[in-house]
Design a protein around this ligand. Structure first.
Ligand code: BGC
Length: 902
């Protein structure tokens, strides 16, 4: 390798984090040589070494836990790594800061004087009946509150850290300058259990002398409209903010200025702002309210609420930011406004250049993901509180404007009030958790490339503070969606801190009886909603959704080697297993209730978690055909839940067994493994026929049964044969729902039906991925026929990553890049050089650096090139050849028997 470096120094997966919460943060780096030993030194601000590992003879540079003197809160440290190989040493230095000690937080909550606007709340049943209020947004939403607090400083501090969190979402300014570059802070959390505190370095903001901290506070996820119903105030009906400013003065003294003393509030230019509905900015009401010299004499005192703190936690992971700006692709004038196409479905908002207009002129911006078949305006997500409409009221001046406290799911915007708008005046700002997107996948087939891009865009649109199902309708942290997608997500971006934070929420939301909720964050409103609802509305935990508690940590462990994720989640997994086990023992499926069962059958029924309301293999295509959506969505759950639930039960037991083994809990590992065997055995006796048939003849059931190892060995081929028949019966199309989708192509592949797996993938009629691509999709859709072949569009989400799980298959199979041991210590590179492609190239980030795999057809032969980082042991597996790879570039030319037919 050309330039050898020790690079990519990280603490807790992040580069130079400012506020690491863990008392034992882990250190990682990538060394471009065969490391034989390392040394880590950590030095505090005073230059005192608090940890020196000395020379450790170890090749690893991933997630080495801190073991020095206790790290002080809110401190800055420098760390150095020295990495030795047989040929010399590499050194590099980086920095990290530690989070504040939140147990010593003394600042109260500042509650601005809030307008008495009735917040609308309605139950799930009201929502299902469509009986929510239908008033104008100005009547049902309330103004953003502005808060100011003067800070008297006699001299400039040498170091300043501002910590803030809010019930609501906030933007802060100090000394007239915006603090940080986050959007929608503090982000979405299960606020009943955790309030995330952000830490900012504000040293540059403070020059000495009097200054002002100014905070704008909107309803956000706390009090605004969220979730399926769009009901408001699900966490609370009053917004509030709390903060502490810790200053280090030139003489070394620490001064702390807290929220409270002298804080005042007023309403400003945002007459309302809501994540779902949109926001209205009245520029006529705008003033220089963030500046120190602003006259705030008319502002009202705030309520100071002591001793009401929800548990504070230090925010970790990547905040939400404005991550990209997309130009307008086209601007079309219609009889009713100007329609702008940004060419890409995103989560974000529109930025506008607004000319001087008469004061009071209103500009409205509506958002949608698609137009209708005729190219006319069509809103694919509708319903009260889902308006996705922003309003700007001019004060007569020209301005560039973008909403502050909302985001929308859209590709098109319809803008009224700016008839002369041209493309240069408008752009789309992409909003997302600011993850590093590291993966690459490219082939000679532009349609596969677009499919991959669509998956990446659906990840970007839905990794927004929490992993959501869709960024326009529910925007909820659905567990099922995440568990099917997480493997693909790990190839595409560095997801560990983001997913870890969400898992913390999910665990906080787990019920005392072990149930893991179907989405997280979850509110008291959600708890209440289930008590009044029936059917789907009453579901708290569900097969394949709740199992995310085991599947997501295990997948992250496999892809990153992070054992702490397993440690942290293991008790929650045990809790969920305890619930499944107890339910299995207590209930039998309705069809067996009251029936005389043989002792043997009663015993096996006691082992199977096969009752209760679930989503089953949600959105299985054939079950939806020709029926209105509201009727169709219930069919797959009714057909498949009894089978799917025990399959995920067995899977979770197996994962628990593997996790226990990694954690050194051999007895528990053994225990879970034998319970998994018992469940599989009971399942086989109850549901698998002597001819390998299952009681439900759907592809998804066979794909799951094969993928989750539910079929006795001697029947596997026969079961695979049945799956093949079912696929043929659908004209070689997929017919799998949410839960089984990640297993279908692999089940075919592993059973030796690679051609069929490829055929299913390359289908271009619905249901298929390339059908969406051919119809111009720029993200992954919720349902395959969201846009029908005749162009007619349905009210479905066009930005749901769940079916994008196929991206993991593309990378693992076509480029052949897959871990063979946790954390990529070993890899197996088995590119599918028989695929009907001329070229495939992919890159996957690993803890040791990037692995790239490229193959290119050249007449009768295929050139394969794999670039491997140091630290990964890997084999290249080709049809007639297996060889050991070495670090750096490996090149092989293989014979190919392929005829390009597809
Ligand atoms: C969401 C899904 C979710 C599901 C539960 C839907 O409304 O959009 O993606 O997993 O409900 O079945």
């Amino acid at each position: 390798m050309s330039e050898q470096r020790c690079r990519d120094l990280r603490v807790e997966h992040e580069r130079r984090p400012l506020a690491v919460a863990s008392p034992e943060p882990r250190f990682s780096w990538v060394a471009d040589h065969a490391q034989t030993a390392y040394r880590i030194e950590v030095v505090d601000r005073a230059g005192i070494t608090v940890w020196d590992t000395g020379r450790v003879p170890d090749g690893a540079g991933a997630l080495i836990p801190y073991a020095g003197r206790p790290l002080r809160p809110l401190e800055d440290y420098t760390w150095r790594v020295t990495s030795w190989s047989a040929y010399g040493e590499l050194r590099e230095e980086s920095h990290f800061g530690t989070a504040p000690d939140l147990s010593r937080w003394e600042a109260p909550w500042i509650e601005p004087a809030q307008s008495p606007t009735e917040l609308e709340r309605w139950s799930l049943m009201d929502w299902i009946r469509g009986s929510g209020p239908t008033t104008d947004p100005s009547e049902r939403l309330r103004p953003v509150q502005l808060v100011r607090q003067r800070i008297a400083l006699t001299e400039a501090p040498v170091r300043a850290r501002l910590m803030v969190t809010a019930r609501g979402v906030y933007s802060a300014w100090l000394g007239g300058e915006r603090v940080g570059d986050e959007a929608l802070a503090p982000g979405f959390d299960s606020y009943r259990h955790r309030m995330s505190v952000q830490t900012y370095d504000v040293t540059e903001h403070l020059q000495g002398g009097p200054t002002v901290l100014a905070i704008a506070l909107a309803d956000g996820w706390w009090a605004g409209r969220i979730g399926l119903t769009g009901s408001s105030a699900q966490f609370g009906d009053r917004t509030a903010v709390t903060w502490e400013l810790h200053l280090t003065m030139p003489d070394g003294r620490t001064e702390i200025v807290r929220a409270g003393t002298g804080a005042i509030s007023a309403e400003g230019p945002w007459t309302y702002a809501d994540i779902f509905v949109g926001e209205r900015y009245d520029a006529r009401r705008a003033q220089q309210w963030t500046s120190t010299t602003f006259d705030d004499s008319g502002w009202a005192p705030v309520a100071v609420r002591e001793g009401e703190l929800s548990p504070l936690v230090a925010f970790s992971g990547e905040p939400v930011r404005r991550v990209m700006e997309l130009p307008a692709r086209s601007v079309t004038r219609t009889n009713d406004g100007v329609v702008v196409d940004f060419g890409q479905v995103i989560a974000g908002r529109v930025r506008l250049r607004i000319p001087a207009l008469a004061p009071g002129c209103e500009i409205t911006i509506e958002h949608t993901e698609t137009l209708d078949a005729q190219g006319d305006w069509f809103v694919n997500i509708s319903g009260i509180n889902k308006e996705q409409t922003d309003v700007y009221v001019s004060d007569g001046r020209a301005v560039e404007w973008e909403p502050e406290f909302t985001f929308h799911g859209f590709r098109y915007a319809r803008i009224r009030g700016l008839d002369a708008l041209i493309a240069d005046d408008v752009s789309a700002i992409v909003i997302s958790s600011d993850l590093e997107y590291t993966g690459r996948f490219e082939t000679s087939d532009p349609r596969l490339n677009r499919l991959h891009e669509n998956v990446v865009w659906s990840q970007r649109g839905n990794f927004l503070s929490i992993p959501t199902d869709c960024p326009q309708r529910e925007r909820a942290g659905w567990t099922g969606d995440m568990q099917v997608f997480v493997a693909a997500a790990t190839n595409i971006a560095r997801v560990t801190p983001f997913v870890t934070r969400w898992l913390e929420n999910l665990r906080a939301d787990q019920l005392p009886d072990g149930r893991v909720p179907i989405f997280s964050p979850r509110s008291a409103f959600d708890d209440e909603a289930i008590t009044t609802a029936s059917g789907f509305g009453s579901i708290v935990a569900a097969a394949g959704w709740s199992d995310a508690i085991a599947i997501v940590p295990w997948t992250l462990y496999e892809r990153t080697g992070d054992v702490r994720i397993l440690e942290d989640n293991y008790p929650a997994i045990q809790g969920w297993i305890a619930f499944q086990t107890a339910t299995a023992a207590a209930e039998v499926p309705p069809a067996l209730a009251g029936a005389e069962l043989s002792a043997e059958r009663r015993e096996r029924q006691r082992l199977l978690y096969n009752t209760g309301e679930h989503f089953g293999d949600w959105l299985t295509p054939s079950t939806m055909e020709g029926k209105p959506t509201h009727e169709a969505i219930g069919i797959a759950p009714a057909l498949t839940s009894e089978l799917a639930a025990p399959m995920f039960q067995a899977h979770t037991l197996t994962l628990a067994s593997r996790i226990a083994a990694v954690l050194g809990r051999a007895n528990e590992s053994q225990e879970y493994a034998s319970r998994a065997d018992e469940v599989r055995d009971a399942f086989a006796r109850e549901y698998v026929g002597a001819d390998a048939s299952l009681p439900v003849e759907l592809q998804g059931m066979y794909a799951l049964a094969l993928g989750l190892d539910m079929i006795p060995d001697h029947l596997r081929d026969a079961a695979a044969g049945r799956l093949v028949d079912l696929v043929h019966a659908r004209g070689d199309h997929l017919d799998t729902g949410f839960l089984s989708m990640p297993y279908l192509l692999d089940a075919l592949w592993d059973a030796g039906h690679r051609d069929l797996a490829r055929a299913v993938l390359w289908q271009d009629r619905a249901p298929s991925w390339l059908y969406e691509v051919d119809r111009g999709a720029t993200t992954i859709w919720e349902t395959w026929d969201a846009v029908a072949a005749d162009g007619s569009v349905r009210e479905m989400s066009l930005n749901h990553y769940a079916f994008g799980c196929v991206d993991d298959f593309l990378v693992r199979r076509f480029a052949g890049v897959a871990p063979a041991a946790a954390g990529w210590r070993r890899a197996r590179i088995a590119p599918d050089i028989e695929a009907p492609l001329d070229r495939v190239s992919a890159a996957v980030d690993t803890p040791f650096g990037e692995i790239t795999s490229t193959w290119q057809r050249r007449g009768e032969v295929v050139d394969v090139e794999v670039v491997l980082p140091f630290g990964v042991e890997a084999e290249l597996v080709l049809p007639d050849l297996t060889l050991t790879l070495h670090p750096g570039r490996n090149e092989v030319t293989a014979a190919s028997s392929v005829r390009l037919t597809v």
